[in-house]
Design a protein. Structure first.
Length: 348
């Protein structure tokens, strides 16, 4: 009888222990489920509101790039100016940024050389247009592939029926010509020009074409695409021309400074997109044509340059910052922690 009682007691104790353990186990699991781990949002190196990608580009080289001053009113009712960038390079980078959900800001400089220098010093993350230059800053690298080739042609007054205009380097011997300063071609052509050729730079497409129309020079060396853009602006297509064969065709790249954390952060994704964009010839042509048309519409009401042939047209003045290093440092410090939001101008 004692054995039976002991057995029953042991059985009851074991059942009780099992239930206690089961309850403890169930309670533990409920606590686990009711306390989910909060996901931590990764911090971008750049490309967000706090640290947008800073870009700059050509100041006055349509259709590849140009900037325009826009008057706006701040939230405090103050009038201020921002700068909007246009051109093929801007369109492609904007497309990449939107598809990648990245924020960027445009940096305003007085001229293209300042923008290149600021890139080399790390104040700019991406330059929207740059030729591959051996003599350029040693720490400047390029995003591959380049996004467009730029045929360079000889522009002259339209020849008479049956005649041909100059189409080779040899045809320039003994002649005088201009190359536009904003095209940054002089370093690329100096070794190929015949010694008997007189070549000098001029600021501004208006002065360059007026000099040609007035026969002050025999030719202009310039981009074929820039030619097509400007003859529409000046309405002089029936007076000037170029032979179809290009002298050479340098490639235009996006560039960055080696060691730039932001450039390294976007490099793989940006280059993958560049490969995708540039393989679509219809896309590139469509974007380019849109910028040529945009430039033409800006000047639709202006008279033909041929009607201004006797006017005194001065070269466009190229402004520059008196102490660029000091200005860059000052602007960078002022913007620290308070950069303007995506796609607005910042002062570095």
């Amino acid at each position: 009888m004692k054995k039976i009682s002991g057995f029953i007691f042991a059985l009851i104790f074991s059942s009780y222990s099992f239930m206690v353990c089961a309850q403890v186990s169930a309670t533990y699991e409920e606590e686990n489920v009711s306390s989910p781990i909060q996901a931590v949002k990764p911090r971008l190196i750049c490309g967000d509101d706090e640290r947008p990608i800073v870009v700059s580009g050509y100041m006055n080289y349509p259709p590849f790039g140009w900037k325009e001053k826009i008057g706006v009113q701040s939230s405090f009712g103050e009038d201020k100016s921002i700068y909007q960038y246009y051109g093929l390079g801007m369109l492609l980078f904007d497309k990449f940024a939107k598809e990648s959900n990245l924020k960027y800001a445009t940096a305003n400089f007085l001229n293209y050389d300042e923008a290149k220098y600021a890139l080399s010093r790390g104040y700019v993350d991406v330059l929207l247009g740059n030729y591959f230059e051996q003599k350029s800053y040693s720490n400047v690298n390029y995003f591959y592939p380049g996004y467009i080739t730029n045929p360079i042609v000889i522009v002259s007054l339209k020849p008479k029926d049956g005649e041909k205009g100059p189409q080779s380097w040899d045809d320039l011997k003994g002649k005088k010509g201009f190359v536009r300063a904003e095209e940054n071609l002089l370093d690329l052509i100096q070794t190929q020009l015949p010694k008997e050729t007189q070549i000098s730079t001029v600021n501004g497409a208006r002065r360059a074409f007026q000099a040609l129309l007035r026969k002050e020079v025999d030719f202009l060396l310039m981009s074929q695409l820039a030619y097509e853009t400007e003859v529409r602006r000046f309405k002089i297509k029936e007076f000037v021309s170029y032979e179809k064969a290009a002298l050479f065709s340098p490639t235009i790249f996006f560039s960055y400074a080696s060691g730039s954390p932001c450039a390294q952060f976007i490099k793989n994704a940006f280059e993958a997109k560049l490969k995708e964009y540039t393989s679509d010839k219809q896309l590139i042509d469509s974007l380019m044509r849109s910028q040529i048309a945009l430039w033409e519409r800006k000047f639709i009401k202006e008279p033909s340059l041929i009607k201004q042939i006797d006017m005194v047209i001065e070269e466009e003045k190229e402004e520059e910052t008196s102490d660029l290093d000091a200005w860059l440092a000052q602007q960078a410090k002022a913007k620290e922690g308070s950069r303007e939001k995506s796609q607005t101008s910042v002062g570095i």
